[in-house]
Design a protein around this ligand. Structure first.
Ligand SMILES: *Cc1c(COP(=O)(O)O)cnc(C)c1O
Length: 381
């Protein structure tokens, strides 16, 4: 087999080298369940670096979104405005409470929710706006927060892809009332499965702790603030084991260098593909001036009418794992049943059909990136 045909994976989890050491420490401390020493260190790290009033590790971003829906007292009949171009969990967390997601279209440049379409979708039933920072590029948060303030709505950031990225200098996830991060294996900072709830409105902090701890005030009990703990309200078990927190802490310690390495690879793709954008063979990602992204993913948009399946097949023939992304939720079986759309979702549908994500992981070398670019260079209208 020649180097030319060696397979190129889509994602390869990056390890800092200290994960197993910290897991051994957690084991030695004999605290394997949630909220041990490493969970506390991770929470403190997130509070310090993301500027939130309280950070709480969860077992997933999905869990953090579910806590958000409980915390905001979302109930049957409520409406939640969000993009359709996202992962199922964004909508599912609110559907679990009986609410109806209302989808508005995305911007053609960033593929984030189009802030200009939100206000028109508001009804007397609207309770919250959920934004998704796609590819770690911030949504237009100032305009969104302004709409929310004027209409008395809450803002939840699905910042699953947004760790270490910023909007006007503010870390993603730390801008709305609540933020949800993911540390799933496919994200930038990982613990296999994992996530965090960022509570930016400090008044929600204590209830967030209760909901995350099976609806009990056990967290306050362990802090010595109450002499027994009891069932306080509806909640569930959203804590990760401290073994996973130990793994994650090694990643958080290297968050800056991991992000820098991903940005280096992202920028190399951006340079390699510039000539193909000039000749109209594809469109590269757009990063607004107010956003510092985190190189979570590199995607290209093929021109309208290009046979994407054919392009993906070409990647496969060359041993390269390039893949499409979301099937918009409004086109999915559950989305049709539980959600409604506001306006036409043309940018959502068209972008989703044209988009291809390229391999991007710590250590991906320039030769591999050149092979990826070469495949794209052979695609013509
Ligand atoms: C990955 C992802 C999630 C889910 O994260 P988990 O930690 O796997 O629950 C939710 N929303 C978006 C936008 C994601 O990219």
């Amino acid at each position: 087999m020649t180097t030319k045909s060696l397979p190129i994976a889509f994602n390869r989890p990056h390890l800092t080298g200290r994960e197993m050491l910290y897991i051994a420490e957690a084991r030695a401390a004999q605290h394997l369940s949630g909220d041990g020493g490493f969970t506390k260190r991770c929470n403190a790290w997130l509070e310090e670096h993301l500027g939130c009033a309280k950070a709480l590790l969860t077992h997933s971003c999905t869990a953090a979104l579910e806590i958000s829906a409980l915390l905001l007292d979302i109930t049957a009949g409520d409406e939640i405005i969000m993009p359709s171009y996202t992962f199922a969990s964004t909508a599912n967390a609110f559907v679990l409470r009986g609410a109806q997601p209302v989808f508005v279209d995305i911007r053609e440049d960033t593929l984030n929710i189009d802030e200009r379409l939100i206000e028109d979708a508001i009804t007397p039933r609207t309770r919250a706006i959920v934004v998704v920072h796609y590819a770690g590029v911030g949504c237009e948060m100032d305009a969104i927060l302004d709409i929310a303030r004027r209409h008395g709505l809450k803002v939840v950031e699905d910042a699953a892809q947004g760790a270490m990225a910023r909007y006007k200098g503010r870390p993603l996830g730390g801008i709305g009332d609540l933020g949800a991060l993911s540390f799933h294996e496919t994200k930038n900072l990982i613990s296999g499965e994992g996530g965090a709830l960022l509570v930016n409105d400090g008044r929600l902090g204590q209830r967030a702790e209760i909901i995350r701890e099976k609806g009990t005030d056990r967290t306050r009990f362990f802090r010595g603030e109450v002499d027994k703990y009891t069932w306080q309200e509806v909640g569930s078990s959203y804590l990760p084991s401290d073994l996973l927190a130990a793994f994650l802490y090694a990643q958080l310690e290297d968050a800056e260098s991991i992000t820098a390495e991903r940005l280096r690879i992202w920028n190399r793709y951006h340079e390699l593909l510039a000539p193909l954008e000039r000749t109209g063979q594809l469109r590269r990602p757009v990063i607004p001036a107010e956003c510092e992204h985190n190189a979570h993913l590199y995607y290209v948009l093929m021109p309208q009418g290009v046979d994407r399946q054919g392009v993906l097949a070409k990647f496969r023939q060359n041993g390269i794992a390039a893949i499409f992304h979301y099937v918009p939720l409004h086109l999915s079986p559950a989305g049709r049943r539980y959600c409604r759309i506001h306006g036409d979702l043309r940018a959502t549908t068209q972008s989703a059909e044209r988009l291809i994500r390229l391999p991007l992981w710590h250590g991906l070398d320039i030769a591999a990136q050149e092979r990826v670019a070469a495949v794209l260079g052979t695609v013509h209208n």
